[in-house]
Structure formats: C-alpha cells, structure tokens
Design a protein around this ligand. Sequence first.
Ligand code: FAD
Length: 397
Amino acid sequence: SRARVVVVGGGYGGTTAAKYVRLLSDHKIDVVLIEPNEAFVSCPISNLVVGGSRQLGEITLPYTGLARHHGVTVVRDSARAVDTSRKTVTLAGGATIGYDKLVMSPGVDLMFDTVEGLQAAHAGGTVLHAWKAGPETVALRRQLQAMPDGGVFAITIPEAPYRCPPGPYERACQVAWYFKNAKPRSKVLVLDANADVTSKAALFRKVWAEQYKDIVEYRPQHKATAVDGRKGVVRFEVQDDEKADVLNVLPSMRAGLVAVQAGLNNQANSRWCGVDYLTFESTAAKDVHVLGDSIQIAPAMPKSGHMANSHAKVAAAALVARLSGWELNPAPMLNNTCYSFVDDRNVVHVASVHEYVAAEKTFKTVAGSGGLSTAPSELEGVYAWNWARNIWADSLA
Ligand code: FAD
C-alpha cells in the first residue's frame, strides 16, 4: 500500500513540506495537510496592514493550488490529539488518520498566563497581539484608527527567542509611519524585555532617531508582568507602570499547542521541540518531523518564515528518502533573509547562511557570510515584495 505523510499546520513550514514530499516522491507518497483556516494569511508583510498601507487581502492566499497542482489532500480541520506510539492524528471533527511519517509545523503558542490579566484582556478584545496574521491584524489596525491624535501606542516585546526577531521593531516603524502622516502628535512606545533591540539594532535606532524623531521611544529591560485592558496599563517586573491608548502585548512564546500536547516539547523548560538538525526528526518521538517556529533553534537561527520553508525541504528530502528506501546522506546548507519595512516602501534586510556541522550536530553560521543593509532603500522594498511573492509561490502554488 502507498505510504502516507500527514502534515499538521498549513503555514510556512507545513505547506512547503506537503508540496515537496509530493514533488520529491514523484507523487508516489500520499500527503494529507490539516489546517483549520480557509486560506493562508502571511505574517510577513502583515505589519503593513497594521500601518495601513496594505490590505489583508494582499497577504491572503488560497490553499487550492496544493490540491490542484500537487495532489495534496487538504483537510480543513485542526489536529486535536497526536498519538506518536499508534501513529495517528485525531481531528477536532472526530476523524482519526494514520500516518507513516508525521510533519508538525503548528507555529507558536502565545503564553498568555505569563502576563497577568492578558488572557481576559485579549478575550475581551482590548489588548491584542496580532502575532498570527488574520482578523486580529485588522482589529489592531482599527484600534489605531479609533485612537485620537496625541494618543500613545505601546508594544511590549518578550525575551528572545520569540517568533520573528525584527518583527516588533518593524511594527513600531509601521505605526510611527501612520502617526507621522495621520496623527502627528501621537507616540509609539517600544517596551522591550531584552537588553537591546534584538535584530538590526543600529538600523532601527537610526530610523527612529531620524525619520520618527519625537514619535518613537525605545526602552530596554521592560519585562511585562501584568496588564489592565480597560485602563490601558501595563506593569513591569522592575520599572514603573506605563499607560497607553492602544496596548499591543506580545507574551512569551512556545511551540504550537498541539506539539506540546503531543509531548514533543523536550527543550528549554518545555518550550521548544528538539530535533535532529540533519532530518528535523523529533528527538522525542520517532517518525515525527518538527519544523519552523516550534523547534529549538540552532545558534543564530531566527524563528522566521524563510527558515521554516528551509526546514521543510530538509525534512521532506529526509522522509521521502526513508520511505523510498533511498540512501540518505544530507549536508544541509540553509540561508535566511528577513526584510523589514521602515515605512510604506523603504526596507532594510539581514541575511545569514547556516551550515550543518556534523562534528557538533548543529547548524552554525558560515564565517564571513551574511549581510546587513547600510540604510533603508526603495530598491530593497522591491526585493522584499519579490521575496514574499517567491516564497508564497514556492509553498502554495
Ligand atoms: P505558521 O506559519 O504560523 O503556521 C502554523 C499553522 O499551523 C497555522 O496555519 C495554524 O493555523 C496551524 N495550526 C496550529 N495548530 C494547529 C492544529 N492543532 N491543527 C492544524 N493546524 C494547526 N518571517 C520571515 O521570514 N520574514 C518576515 O518578514 C517575517 N515577518 C513577520 C512579521 C510578523 C508581524 C510576524 C508575526 C512574523 C513574521 N515572520 C517573518 C515570522 C513567520 O511568520 C514565522 O516564522 C512563520 O510563520 C513560521 O512558520 P510555521 O510553519 O512554524 O508557523
């Protein structure tokens, strides 16, 4: 009988894995992709929807290409439970599906309970994260539109590692861009649990000091511990409380909940899933591969869509080889580029190359590789859009 691969999560990692298992196996392996959302909504570029220069429709893509062009069976449901000993996935709708190999790419779980009051404030719609692109991205945009000129937008950033190191700083720029054009007396407060800006620090600081002078204020070492959504107050471990009209709290993150429930989160205080970086197979369960934001990352490897897409190709090659009885001798070399929009069209990037080092069983950045913008430019804005269109096509078309 034909081998079956089940993929949990149709985001950056899962879609790529589903497509590449079909391609690499010459369509000989059946692939079932489980995803509750009707369409793919990209987190990359979603900060521009918050800033108002783009619409959600521009970052929303259908899943239909995976079925039509690659024969992936897309099941619109969520995985409720995974049994790694019986090798089954049970869906919220009740069905149970068996697998030969399982790919888990469920993204991140936001740890609401690390900030007192956040769960209730989020459920009530007063304090949003918008760290999973979709309706919440639009809701945050609406809060900014409703805010009077002279108001304060505050974003709190958790300690690294979290999804997308430069993402919060890009968002600060997008909100500042909107304020500068539409509400020039307003302020953006960046309240960071880390000791410094965790990505492209000098570039962001320069943009805030020059382009958004008197709008953006950056404060390191502000670890949020509690919020009051109705009063718009956020409390910190050490520093004084801050008040804001629009409060955007990003709590600490861990592996996607279904991966945690499956017991795959065996690293870093049970927050992330350990994998063998040669195959992305879980170190907690056999025949299960974990990709993307859910994994314990190798040194200097960001939690990014670009990386999730790369993990997926390594995992797909490894599991197709195993299921096909082919010899497996991988030496993965991955790269990453993260673009950040500092306004509606000027962009900065950081790039890196990650090589698997067999002696240490991990990825290390290649000495002398990588790069960083010298200044924001419109040309990099063109590159950023091309990056997005290419990766969407690579994973979904
Ligand atoms: P996701 O892409 O989040 O996919 C997870 C999927 O799993 C989701 O579709 C979810 O619905 C599904 N799922 C969850 N639980 C279940 C379940 N139980 N059953 C079935 N399905 C489930 N990265 C870049 O490379 N470049 C950027 O410019 C960039 N900008 C960003 C900006 C922002 C504002 C944010 C928030 C992130 C950004 N990122 C960027 C990071 C990027 O979005 C993530 O790293 C990437 O999405 C990780 O891929 P993933 O497959 O691990 O998770």
